[in-house]
Design a protein around this ligand. Structure first.
Ligand code: HDD
Length: 710
């Protein structure tokens, strides 16, 4: 027998797609068959005795069809049930061999296939995309050395420090057990009761009450690995690392009013946005950022790296951008791919390792375990979407839904009957070797003192926000706590948590809830002392935390709603359309009814959306071209006025040309307000100014916006 050499794979961007192709089934041009390939002649009438007689048990097609239907559902994920995913690739900019031996980080010419699933956390599979919530950001890299899963969120910290509390925080956040209310919302008694009693939630609370929890799009949010991981190089040197995903389109959010309205008008807003962008060739991109910390420097930061409720401010350790993630292909089948994909934090490859973060350690168990129920047994990694591209050989065997047909009679190690195969590899040959961290200690249930500082970074976050961002956090807390029926819970959140984060925050929230303004409690002193003893540099602000400071230089893929009626100014529309499309934006024509509208040049244009099915909250900006007949109709139309007023209230860019300026007046809107761009007849610089205004995303300084009835 010829001697075999160990299998290896060479991976390119299309490798996973090619592997999935073998499992795809395309019915085009094919006969309808049973599950066993027997052609079917009638799938509408069950087999019966006479046309009005009893159905026969013998009808195997009926039984199979109904049986299969009855068992279509699998349990949804216990958290992150609602998700959307896409395929793509990751490419490193330059070799990171100095830091890690992971092959995915060595060769800048190599594209590693990835599958990325975004999700909300609390809601069920059918819940609305725009609920206030954390977003999951889970990336599966199909590398030559096996699958690496970076299972992160769009928020860099977590609610709790130890995984043993995960069932508690999730139970508290999910619908209450007696009546299963509310769906996809933390605005209820049990969640805030938990928060009020668990101060380690404070930092995360600031993030989820901020606009980060209502992203404009999956494509416009950051991602974070959250935990501190290790990078290990070929020499065995380990460094600590935090992983970041930085969206190329910048970080942008909805406003709360939009989120709620979208929940009704388009509950699939984020899913649709991701799908359509990829279909249109606007491939979402992120840069991978690393914060690398030398082991020797870890203590000097004064931040407990094993505490998942802490960030390392970018001002202390800059984020180095090392590669690009591009999503360029939608899944073929939602269930087979997006639903059956199984991520696990324990899926690592040589060169990437864990730390003793107690949250991460518990996750490493939970993700493996949960799939047993969700995917029905231990062979879930053989499902096409989960299967690695790297070769798999071991003596794990049998179990429900085994796909592999294992060859040979030796199924134990060591063996001689199988020639000793599969044999062990050394670390030099690519085997995973855990970093030999030195550990000593007693077995105890205790958290270190360094985990006790719960408020200083929560305060840092709040202080680092711009004024509008701070106001949004306060309003979000007033909304959430306003829905809490128990006054003692509301009060405890203010008196025990918020007051220790920031007094302005606590005071404003208390006022909105009709609670007495709280006095600073003694807890503050103790916490500050712990922070001091750790030597935490007292950063007053971390500008990197504010979305206001993110880049705003592009309108790529932005959707501009255009209100038009018959007689619109065709030249205005054409000029604006050309400029916006050149800048990468998209115009969506909205009118009273579908069909066409006629412009001033006598040409008809196709309407994209009827006003009945859409609202201003689905767009990033509004444009109204001039044209007296069109404007006259819009001015008398309540929905059109509401549309533009609502966009104004949500601080979006509004562009009007010529007669359309009258619409501002009719809606009681100020033409000189920031972000409102008025183009006079023949005004040449209108498109540029409008584009500039759209790129800003919001114009928060519209002081009169709250007076607008929308
Ligand atoms: Fe988790 C799913 C992210 C803490 C237990 N988690 C899940 C998903 C994401 C995260 C993105 C969805 C994956 C997918 O799309 O299939 N989880 C996080 C982050 C955490 C975190 C960033 C904190 C840093 N999770 C966490 C803890 C535990 C879990 C502490 C348990 C001890 N998470 C799960 C789970 C899920 C899950 C129950 C549900 C479905 C699944 O795993 O596959 O095992």
């Amino acid at each position: 027998m010829a001697k075999k050499t160990p299998e290896t794979v060479s991976i390119n961007e299309r490798s996973k797609d090619a592997a999935l192709e073998k499992d795809r089934s395309d019915p085009t041009g094919q006969r309808l068959t049973t599950d066993l390939g027997v052609p079917v002649e009638d799938t509408d009438n069950s087999l019966r005795v006479g046309a009005r007689g009893p159905t026969l048990l013998e009808d195997f097609h009926l039984r199979e069809k109904i049986m299969r239907f009855d068992h279509e559902r699998i349990p949804e994920r216990v958290v992150h049930a609602r998700g959307s995913a896409a395929h793509g690739y990751f490419q490193v900019y330059e070799s990171l061999a100095e830091y890690t031996k992971a092959k995915v980080f060595q060769d800048p010419s190599k594209k590693t296939p990835v599958f990325v699933r975004f999700s909300t956390v609390a809601g069920s599979r059918g819940s609305a995309d725009t609920a206030r919530d954390v977003r999951g950001f889970a990336v599966k890299f199909y590398t030559e050395e096996g699958n690496w899963d970076l299972v992160g969120n769009n928020i860099p910290v977590f609610f709790i420090q130890d995984g043993i509390k995960f069932p508690d925080v999730v139970h508290a956040a999910k619908p209450e057990p007696h009546h299963e209310i509310p769906q996809a919302a933390t605005a209820h008694n049990s969640f805030w009761d938990f928060v009020s009693l668990v101060p380690e939630t404070a930092h995360m609370i600031m993030w989820i009450m901020s606009d980060r929890a209502i992203p404009r799009s999956f494509r416009m949010m950051e991602g974070f690995g959250v935990h501190t991981f290790r990078l290990v190089n070929a020499q065995g040197v380990s460094r600590f690392v935090k992983f970041h995903w930085k969206p190329v389109l910048g970080v942008h959010s909805l406003v709360w009013d939009e989120s709620q309205k979208l929940g009704g008008k388009d509950p699939d807003f984020h899913r649709r946005d991701l799908w359509e962008s990829i279909e249109k060739g606007h491939f979402p991109e992120w840069e991978l950022g690393l914060q690398i910390i030398e082991e020797a420097d870890a203590d000097k930061l004064g931040i407990e790296l094993l505490d998942a409720t802490k960030i390392i401010p970018e001002e202390l350790v800059p984020v180095r951008r090392v590669g690009k993630l591009v999503l360029n292909r939608n899944p073929t089948n939602f269930f087979a791919e997006t639903e059956q994909v199984a991520f696990c934090t324990a899926n690592v490859v040589p060169g990437i390792d864990f730390t003793d973060d107690p949250l991460l350690q518990a996750r490493n168990f939970s993700y493996l375990d949960t799939q047993l129920t969700r995917l029905g047994g231990p062979n879930f990694n053989q499902l096409p979407i989960n299967r690695p591209l790297a070769p798999v050989h071991n003596f794990q065997q049998d179990g429900f839904q085994r796909h592999t047909i294992d060859v040979g009679r030796a199924n134990y190690f060591p063996n001689s009957l199988g020639g000793g195969c599969p044999f062990l590899a050394s670390a030099e040959q690519g085997a995973y070797r855990h970093f030999p961290e030195k550990v000593t200690g007693e077995k105890i249930r205790k958290r270190a003192e360094s985990f006790q500082d719960h408020f200083s970074q929560a305060g840092l976050f709040f202080r680092s926000m711009s004024k509008p961002e701070r106001e949004h956090i306060i309003l979000a807390l007033q909304f959430e706590l306003g829905k809490v029926e128990r006054e003692e819970v509301r009060k405890r959140v203010v008196d025990q948590i918020l007051v220790n984060i920031d007094s302005e925050l606590a005071t404003e929230v208390a006022e909105g809830l009709g609670l007495p303004v709280p006095v600073m409690t003694a807890v503050k002193g103790k916490i500050e002392k712990v922070a001091e003893s750790l030597g935490v540099p007292r950063l007053d602000k971390s500008p990197a935390l504010s979305m206001e400071n993110q880049k705003k230089d592009s309108i790529k893929t932005r959707r501009i709603g255009v209100l038009i009626g018959d007689g619109f100014d065709a030249a205005d529309l054409q000029a604006t359309k050309a400029a916006i499309e050149k800048a990468g934006g998209e115009l969506v024509l909205i009118s009273r009814r579908l069909g066409t509208v006629k412009g001033s040049d006598g040409q008809s244009v196709k309407v994209d959306k009827s006003a009945v099915t859409t609202g201003s909250f689905e767009y990033d900006a509004v444009f109204v071209p001039g044209g007296a007949p069109s404007v006259a109709v819009l001015k008398k139309d309540g929905d059109s006025l509401h549309f533009i007023q609502e966009a104004y209230r949500h601080c979006k860019a509004i562009g009007v040309t010529k007669e359309a300026a009258e619409l501002l007046q009719a809606g009681g809107l100020s033409a000189s307000s920031p972000g409102v761009v008025v183009g006079a007849a023949g005004g040449q610089d209108f498109p540029e100014k409008f584009i500039e205004a759209i790129a800003q995303h919001r114009h928060w300084s519209r002081h009169d916006k709250d007076l607008i009835p929308a």
